[in-house]
Design a protein around this ligand. Sequence first.
Ligand code: SF4
Ligand code: MG
Length: 317
Amino acid sequence: RDLVKTFPGRRSRTGKAGAPIRAVDGVSFDVGAGETLGLVGESGCGKSTTGRMIVRLMDPTSGTVTFDGAEIGGLSQAQLRPHRRHLQMVFQDPYSSLNPRQTVARIISEPLLVQGTGAAEARKRAAELMELVGLIPEHLDRYPHEFSGGQAQRIGIARSLATSPRLVVADEPVSALDVSIQAQVVNLMERLQDELGLAYIFIAHDLSVVKRVCDRVAVMYLGRIVEIGDKHQVYGNPAHPYTKALLSAVPLPDPAAERARERIVLLGDPPSPADPPSGCSFHPRCPKAQDICRTERPLLQIAGTGGREAACHFPEN
Ligand code: SF4
Ligand code: MG
């Protein structure tokens, strides 16, 4: 609820402190048990920072994170320990997120050892997890560089599952992988979700991957959610001009449909979160912007039927 993360502004050459950067600027959403929420937006929109605050790899500047009725946003790392096993993370680059000097056995059992599981028991569990993610348990004593990118990401997934979590935040889990491997890893994540009843927050800039895996989707722009709702509503009938523009850039498989459809080209890059535009922060790039958009910030509100919300003064439909 109302998650905010600010970073200190860069100092200028004269030593003057810059304006603080609001990387995440008041984000609220819920994720149900066993559900997948997609979190999408251009790089720098605050989606990774949001994910990291939820699993408390990063402390929120303000706002709350409630897990299963317990407020965990403000707990110290020691107080967080009993909750930690339920909240895990999978990272974008499997190689840089796996310690190159540790064996796979050590990497996968690390979260268990931290929780106080004995070494023999942890190793046995690591072997089971290798099998669960489609790797060969006999390879436990190998090192990360001995695996392909797709296999290394399977190791990252196995590690995230070691403590039987209920929520996994996956930050661009397939975008560093070859396209041919992406589908395999996505399939694996879907199978694991069915078998284990996991909830996912699936962070990605690739809208087609998110469309496939998620139940609901939240679109972020400059640190805020601009649209959130059931995936069929958001993808089928976007309410926010930014969502519409993002979707219009996703290639369609049918060439005739691809030629016929209207592409919305956004002007310029996303503005800097250190100096966000007034009013609706999307207004300098929005094809529908009116005077009110420059002065008044639109809040998320129900747009259309089915509970979908959009932050726009002039939502579609
Ligand atoms: Fe565009 Fe105005 Fe809606 Fe912002 S509030 S998205 S500028 S129409
Ligand atoms: Mg990111």
